[in-house]
Design a protein around this ligand. Structure first.
Ligand code: SAM
Length: 330
């Protein structure tokens, strides 16, 4: 048994690490990046896979047992499938999951499966071809859907479809998304749009969970599903007779900070104790300065000690996070 040391000032046990392995993406979503061509980190600015794996092992020794790989788009980084395999071999991790936009899923699903990934989160904000191009800048909805279908046929479970609720953009499709839960065993999760970094969308008229629930409530009664201990922040529901579930992630309106168990490592090696704060500790500097595991552990604990009790985005509209979501990984 590893001795858990990642207990923060507010007695939260941090056992979940989200790894952004690249800031590059094959999409340029209106709410995520300022324009199609944002400056990208150079190869030497991002952690190598060896460096990431070393940091993961140190974190596992401190009690991390759940890891999610994200980005940018994780599947665009060269060598990612071998990396996923090695990550899965790190003793002490119970669960390695992947978040992807799904564009490269269909062609690589077997490699993802062989690497030991069972759980997939796929981001999809519209089911309409033209709107998909408007939101993402690319015309690849067909590939994403083919990838989702293939993942389902191959038995990935659960498949979670993440839909960011964007006012005046996709609110007319919430019912269509919710309806998918009748045909497929997917978990359709509506996520509040967060004011992070620069983007081409202002969060002036945010859609909150209560608004989303109201929009889909015409479809039937949402019955709440019991949470499991490994569950994240989503409130889980099911329509009677549905195969899949409906989830709501109210990062703004119903923040779940008191139970937040997460740390985030960015592609450039910053360890961030809170998604909605720019506080971070630079682990790349430490690792490249030849620091020992003990010295790196000290820096990790320093980040943990700074984890804020809560964010106050709803109370104070002026607060925003300057880092880009594409570099933090969501
Ligand atoms: N490329 C991968 C993907 O699309 O799933 C992983 C990285 S992406 C940054 C992770 C998640 O963050 C996606 O579900 C995306 O929709 C979400 N996201 C990006 N910007 C957001 C924002 N401002 N508010 C809420 N979610 C956001």
């Amino acid at each position: 048994m590893t001795e858990t040391k990642l207990i923060d000032r507010f007695n939260r046990n941090l056992n979940y690490l989200r790894l952004s392995i690249t800031d590059r993406c094959n999409m340029g979503c209106i709410y995520c990046v300022p324009k199609d061509l944002v400056p990208k980190l150079s190869h030497q600015d991002i952690l190598t896979y060896e460096e990431i794996l070393r940091l993961v092992r140190i974190c596992v020794n401190l009690g991390i047992n759940k890891v999610r790989v994200t980005g940018g788009e994780p599947l665009v980084r060269k060598g990612v499938y071998q990396f996923l395999k090695e990550l899965n071999r790190v003793g002490g991790i119970k669960d390695v999951a992947l978040t992807t936009n799904g564009v490269l899923l269909y062609d690589n699903i077997q490699k993802i499966k062989s690497a030991g990934i069972k759980r997939l989160n796929i981001s999809l904000d519209t089911l309409k071809k033209e709107k998909f191009r408007e939101i993402t800048g690319v015309d690849r909805l067909g590939e994403v859907w083919k990838g989702i279908m293939k993942a389902w046929e191959m038995g990935f479970s659960p498949i979670k479809i993440n839909v960011v609720a964007l006012s005046h953009v996709n609110e007319d499709e919430f019912i269509d998304f919710a309806d998918l839960s009748f045909s497929y065993p997917f978990h359709i999760r509506f996520i509040e749009h967060m004011p992070i970094g620069e983007s081409r969308m202002k969060n002036t008229d945010p859609l909150l969970i209560t608004d989303i629930k109201k929009k889909i409530s015409t479809m039937g009664k949402l019955v709440s599903v019991d949470k499991e201990s490994s569950d994240g922040p989503a409130e889980r529901y099911k329509f009677e007779g549905a195969k899949g579930e409906i989830g709501f992630i109210g990062a703004i309106s119903q923040h779940f900070c008191e139970s937040c168990n997460r740390l985030r490592l960015t592609a450039s090696g910053q360890l961030r104790p809170c998604l909605l704060s720019d506080i971070n500790e630079d682990l790349k500097i430490k690792i490249r300065a030849g620091c020992s595991d003990e010295e790196i552990t000290e820096t990790i604990l320093k980040a943990v000690a700074q984890k804020p009790s809560t964010h106050s985005l709803l109370e104070d509209e002026k607060i925003s996070v300057s880092s880009q979501m594409s570099s933090i990984g969501g």
